[in-house]
Design a protein around this ligand. Structure first.
Ligand code: ATR
Length: 279
């Protein structure tokens, strides 16, 4: 964000419901400021019934583009005039760009996950990944991992949902018992938590790293708290870990590049988030 807003300042932002808790304005505005780009990034709480009017209104105002988050990602993809391969594959868009009168839908969640995860794990192609969760976030991650050539097993508290997702991707499903999770983690190179377990107030994951014969890397997509119970136990067992700010920043970096045609300064978005969240 430029300190001096002017008649030429362009708009980017986020549409969500709710939107007020979003950390995206912190990192996107930090990167705009550093890049000297005359634009701002604001968060808008838009009810589902208003999504189409909001998107078309922003396009009419000449906005550069917006992120869209829960619950709008599928509806945003349906509104777009064209979709990138990533958005088409996911059936969901988390980024829209307004270009030459057209709405272009993109999805940076899967690519953002891969970019962040590979900083910790190296190339994921061919690696065995145990994915915990089968909701919206996990579906995006599972699709990205499979398309990238990783071998994914899916565990979920409600095992039918794990089975449905595993079937769609041609992978294995397992239940949420300590025995099943520990056996699967023993055979994994990487463990990823895409479920909400570990968020403040929600349950923990019955996986005991101390009993593993191997040393998987452990990635949690949850970032509130930054150190989840899962990451705490993984660190105590000496395993390499990554918290939820890795993916959050990486999907934001990719959206920034999609809108502005330049990459943000490497590491800047993540450090802006970390600064915001560290007391
Ligand atoms: P998101 O968009 O964040 O993925 P979601 O689609 O509502 O949200 O999915 C939430 C995921 O977290 C699901 O996999 C859910 O498991 P169920 O399918 O059994 O509901 C999982 N989840 C939520 N709370 C959990 C808890 N306390 N323990 C284990 N899993 C939990």
């Amino acid at each position: 964000m430029n300190a001096d807003l002017s008649a030429r300042t362009r708009l980017t932002g986020l549409l969500g419901h709710p939107a007020g808790h979003s950390l995206s304005p912190i990192m996107q505005n930090a990167a705009l400021r550093r890049g000297g780009i005359d634009a701002v990034y604001l968060a808008f709480d838009v009810a589902p019934a208003e999504l189409e009017r909001a998107v078309r209104g922003l396009a009419a105002l000449g906005a550069i583009g917006v992120n869209v988050t829960v619950p709008h990602k599928e509806a945003a993809a349906a509104l777009a005039d064209e979709l990138t391969d990533e958005a088409a594959r996911a059936g969901a868009a988390n980024t829209l760009a307004f270009r030459n009168g057209r709405i272009v839908g993109h999805n940076t969640d899967g690519l953002g996950f891969l970019r962040a995860a590979e900083r910790l794990t190296g190339r994921l192609a061919g690696k065995r990944v145990l994915l915990l969760g089968a909701g919206g976030a996990s579906r995006g991650v599972a699709a990205a991992l499979s398309a990238h050539g990783a071998r994914v097993s899916i565990a979920n508290r409600t095992v039918e949902k794990a089975r449905a997702l595993a079937e769609a991707l041609g992978t294995d499903a397992l239940g949420w018992t300590p025995e099943e999770l520990t056996a699967a983690a023993s055979a994994a190179d990487v463990v990823v938590n895409g479920s909400s377990a570990g968020m403040r107030g929600l349950g923990t994951i019955p996986l005991d790293f101390a009993r593993l014969p191997n040393r998987p890397a452990v990635i949690d997509l949850v970032y509130a708290p930054l150190e989840t119970d899962l990451l705490h136990r993984a660190r105590a067992a000496g395993l390499p870990t990554q918290d939820g700010l890795g993916m959050l920043a990486a999907q934001g970096e990719l959206a920034f590049a999609f809108w502005h045609g330049v990459d943000p300064e490497p590491g800047l978005m993540e450090s802006a988030l970390r600064q915001q969240l560290t007391p």
